[in-house]
Design a protein around this ligand. Structure first.
Ligand SMILES: Cc1cc2nc3c(=O)[nH]c(=O)nc-3n(C[C@H](O)[C@H](O)[C@H](O)COP(=O)(O)OP(=O)(O)OC[C@H]3O[C@@H](n4cnc5c(N)ncnc54)[C@H](O)[C@@H]3O)c2cc1C
Length: 411
């Protein structure tokens, strides 16, 4: 990060501090942090600005399932060590409905696995690597704004944690600021196109200090609603139940959650271990895709351009794939002067996004029954028919396995 000549003092009325870098990155989530790391490995400078504190970003509990290709990317980024020592390789998942539980063996079906390693840990590793390399990563900034993205000299402005107004001049801006960020809105409404599907249910998720009752994830269809038994480590479990989108978390004391989980996950000869709940929250389920992912010198990556319901475990993995595609394209443009990959970035990223959007919608539609009075019995029978098919046909199981473990990056 260079301070431009002529930048002034930082009093309230002073002109802003002016910085210069090659790529300005908004957001220190998985997309922004991984992009910064991959760019650095390709000899491209960047500055990352984040409006939350480091502690907040490192504690935000979200995803936990890493595709094969995401693991390879984290290795390439030089942050694979703790993942391999503390993460858990999973070679399959269980699908169940009342009275039946079936295992899909990913290695047998498609030759790949996934890794269970919390997003919090991925983010901690990437932040530590960036700071250890002495590369700029600014937390607690305010009023981030993007300017002049259709010209050659785009800018990002913000106010630093100490109140200093700052202006960053760059060759390209990467909007990695998630679904509630500002970057997407820098694409004019007349240019932006959004596809959206809101599902009529939500997930109530808990993180519990109890040894998992399973060594691989269990996806359970139940007439009361879907349940998922996931995990974070040998001593920490992550579990979810389907609830109505307007449920209030206060109406779900821990005992009610454990009771719902035990009923929906029940299978003969198996018991669910309950324990202290460390954290709980309700997440709405929706699919959103925004196009274009490039507008002038602004490039969107991760949740700022698309979100998926968590059933397919794809959000973090899509963010990582975007970061890789964008790092390759920016390095080709800024190091070798070849803009062709940048021109194709949006189209290449969206191909993968729509595939994952379809898979996430398909898993969600198969596993979440309508509940309550008037629930559609026809739909339920279709869901059960699909579950029986996917657990009995090798071709159908292989398709699920291939999508769940993730398609190869477009290398
Ligand atoms: C409960 C839950 C469970 C999930 N489970 C899975 C799963 O199992 N597998 C999976 O792959 N995905 C899962 N996801 C999705 C996954 O967490 C997201 O897709 C992932 O975080 C996207 O990364 P990102 O970097 O694009 O966005 P984010 O992680 O949202 O990061 C964006 C960053 O930008 C910052 N920011 C926002 N606005 C500004 C601003 N104006 N200025 C500066 N900084 C800003 C934010 O504070 C944040 O740090 C889950 C999500 C949730 C909520």
């Amino acid at each position: 990060m260079a301070t431009a000549p002529g930048s002034g003092s930082h009093g309230p009325m002073a002109s802003p501090r002016v910085l210069r870098t090659q790529v300005g990155i908004i957001g220190a989530g998985p997309a922004g942090l991984l992009l910064a790391r991959l760019l650095s490995r390709r000899g491209v400078d960047s500055v990352v600005v984040e409006n939350r504190s480091r502690a907040y970003v490192e504690a935000r509990v979200r995803a936990g399932v890493l595709e094969h290709a995401t693991v390879e990317l984290l290795e390439e980024a030089g942050v694979g060590e703790r993942l391999h020592s503390e993460g858990l390789r999973h070679d399959g998942v269980h699908l169940q409905w009342p009275g039946e539980r079936h295992r899909l063996d990913f290695v047998d079906l498609c030759g790949r696995s996934v890794w269970v390693y919390g997003q919090t840990e991925v983010v901690k590793d990437l932040i530590a690597a960036r700071l250890a390399a002495g590369e700029p990563l600014l937390f607690d900034v305010r009023d981030t704004a993007v300017h002049d993205v259709t010209g050659d000299r785009p800018r990002i402005t913000w106010t630093d944690a100490d109140g200093t107004a700052t202006e960053l001049h760059c060759d390209a801006v990467a909007g990695c600021d998630g679904f509630h960020g500002v970057s997407r809105h820098a694409v004019p409404a007349g240019v932006r196109r959004t596809w959206e599907r809101t599902y009529p249910y939500a997930w109530l998720g808990i993180l519990a200090d109890v040894a998992p009752s399973t060594d691989e994830l269990i996806y359970a269809w139940h007439p009361d609603g879907f349940a998922l038994h996931s995990l974070r480590s040998p001593t920490v479990s992550r579990l979810y139940v389907q609830v109505d989108p307007d449920e209030r978390i206060e109406d779900w004391p821990d005992e009610r959650i454990w009771e719902a989980l035990a009923r929906r996950l029940a299978t003969p000869g198996w018991t669910l271990r309950a324990g202290p709940v460390r954290e709980k929250g309700i997440t709405p389920m929706r699919s959103v895709v925004t196009e274009p992912m490039r507008h002038g010198r602004l490039f969107l990556a991760g949740d700022s351009a698309h979100i998926v319901p968590p059933t397919g475990a794809k959000g973090l993995n899509l963010a990582a794939a975007d970061a890789w595609l964008l790092a390759e394209a920016l390095a080709a443009a800024l190091v070798d002067g070849d803009e062709r990959l940048l021109d194709g970035y949006g189209e290449r990223a969206l191909r993968r996004v729509w595939r994952a959007t379809h898979f996430s919608w398909w898993m969600t539609s198969m596993l979440h029954p309508a509940t309550g009075p008037g629930a559609d019995a026809f739909d339920r029978e279709l869901q059960l028919a699909q579950l029986r098919y996917v657990t009995s046909s090798r071709a159908a199981a292989a398709s699920l396995a291939e999508n769940y473990t993730g398609l190869a990056l477009d290398r």
